[in-house]
Design a protein around this ligand. Structure first.
Ligand SMILES: *Cc1c(COP(=O)(O)O)cnc(C)c1O
Length: 404
């Protein structure tokens, strides 16, 4: 911990999850060793992303893939790919779309989004230059009804200016992805899926591609266990290739640009774009290598063994805390993420949970628990980003701060 002391900052115990503001999770030594090794050599980033494409294609079933600087970066690049395709001039103009000026193209910049799936991460689509067109009235969410957007409404929203349909991967998302893919593909429009946090289960690595998605975005710093600033974009080879060249630095004589077979569609470019819209979210070689090693580990790991390790960690926290007056403890499945258990701490009411949560954050080192159910008087211990070496300290902090 020498470097933190040197910088004069304190570490925190993160039992909330892989949240970005708490610096995400912990990297396995195999991942950090690979990143350190990558940091001591220089490579051609095109070759490195070609290797990434082979690994991501193998893990997801997609034609191609690239490592990005996170799922949000993957969304931005996905939109850029759908906006510009393999047109280098269009890439150079983003975030202004084709057709806003004398070059023609009809101002194609719309991405259709289902109103009940809107979220602040979809801003990344607009950053690339897209305009979001909302569809559907989510009665089932607002309460007075049972319906959400229907597939036919998505179909009707697709027009000559549409470049893509956006679908947020959540267990409750409607219409289903196959329904959305069917109407989008009937109109010749690709579907972008935000699956940033949909792991585990690991079957979701393949599911959205298998259901027909053209581009799928995953976070690398969540359950995959990759670097905090990594993610991946998997999907159609032509679109992934377009995304890649809009992130790479291609400031070189055009004759020297030789795309590898993994990104073969780039041979169709009439010219080579300059620094693209994705330059602001470029990924480094250390993150690429770290994510690929983490992805291989995630794919190879046995889901039951991973789940059992998380459960054992929570039992150890419970044992270290002992009986805490006024708090009932119970291990429950996360619900949204199969295989992930949470340790629920139930307080008599929301006020007591709020007081305990504040005391935990004042503790040395500060302890952060999952406070998303605090209105119901519940704080949860999420095991994913807790170091085994911190279990005793975490249990003691819970005992000291939650009794009441
Ligand atoms: C976490 C998350 C993101 C952003 O992922 P990063 O890898 O942190 O960029 C985007 N969309 C959804 C739905 C998320 O949960």
């Amino acid at each position: 911990m020498g470097v933190l002391e040197d910088l004069g900052i304190a570490r925190v115990i993160n039992a909330y999850g892989t949240n970005t503001r708490l610096s995400g999770g912990l990297l396995d030594p195999e991942v950090t060793a690979a990143m350190a090794e990558a940091s001591r050599v220089t490579v051609d980033m095109l070759d490195l992303q070609a290797a990434a494409s082979r690994t991501i294609a193998g893990a997801t079933g997609a034609e191609a893939g690239i490592v990005t600087a996170g799922a949000s970066a993957a969304l931005l690049l996905a939109a850029a790919a759908c906006l510009a395709g393999l047109d280098a001039a269009a890439m150079n103009r983003l975030p202004e779309p084709r057709g806003e000026d004398r070059f023609g193209g009809g101002g194609r910049r719309e991405i259709v989004a289902i109103r009940s799936q809107r979220n602040m991460y979809d801003r990344a689509l607009r950053v690339a230059g897209a305009r979001i067109v909302e569809v559907g009235i989510p009665d089932r969410v607002s309460g007075p009804g049972v319906r959400d957007a229907a597939a036919w409404e998505v179909e009707q929203a697709i027009g000559p200016r549409t470049v893509a349909v956006y679908w947020l991967a959540q267990p409750q998302s409607l219409p289903t992805l196959p329904e959305v893919v069917a109407v989008a593909h009937a109109r010749g429009v690709p579907v972008i899926v935000d699956a940033a946090a949909q792991l585990p289960p690991s079957v979701n690595l393949r599911r959205f591609i298998a259901e027909g998605a053209d581009l799928v975005c995953f976070s690398g710093g969540k359950a995959i266990g990759g670097p905090q600033a990594s993610g991946m974009l998997a999907g159609r080879r032509d679109l992934v290739s377009s995304a890649l060249v809009q992130m790479l630095d291609l400031d070189l004589p055009e004759a020297q640009f030789a795309p590898p077979p993994e990104f073969a569609p780039l041979a169709a470019l009439r010219g080579v774009p300059h620094h693209g819209i994705g330059r602001s979210c470029k990924v480094g070689k250390e993150e690429v290598v770290g994510l690929l090693v983490a992805l291989r580990r995630f794919v190879a790991a046995d889901a039951d063994a991973r789940s059992a390790a998380w459960t054992a960690r929570l039992h150890a926290v419970m044992a270290a805390a002992g009986a805490v007056p006024g708090v009932a403890m119970e291990l429950l499945p996360d619900g949204a993420k199969p295989g992930l258990p949470l340790l629920m701490l139930r307080f008599a009411d929301a006020e007591r949970a709020t007081d305990a949560e504040a005391r935990l954050r004042q503790h040395q080192p500060a302890v952060h628990l999952d406070a998303s159910r605090i209105a119901q008087g519940i704080l949860a211990v999420n095991p994913i980003a807790v170091a085994d070496g911190d279990i005793a300290l975490l249990g003691a902090a819970i005992a000291a701060c939650c009794a009441g």
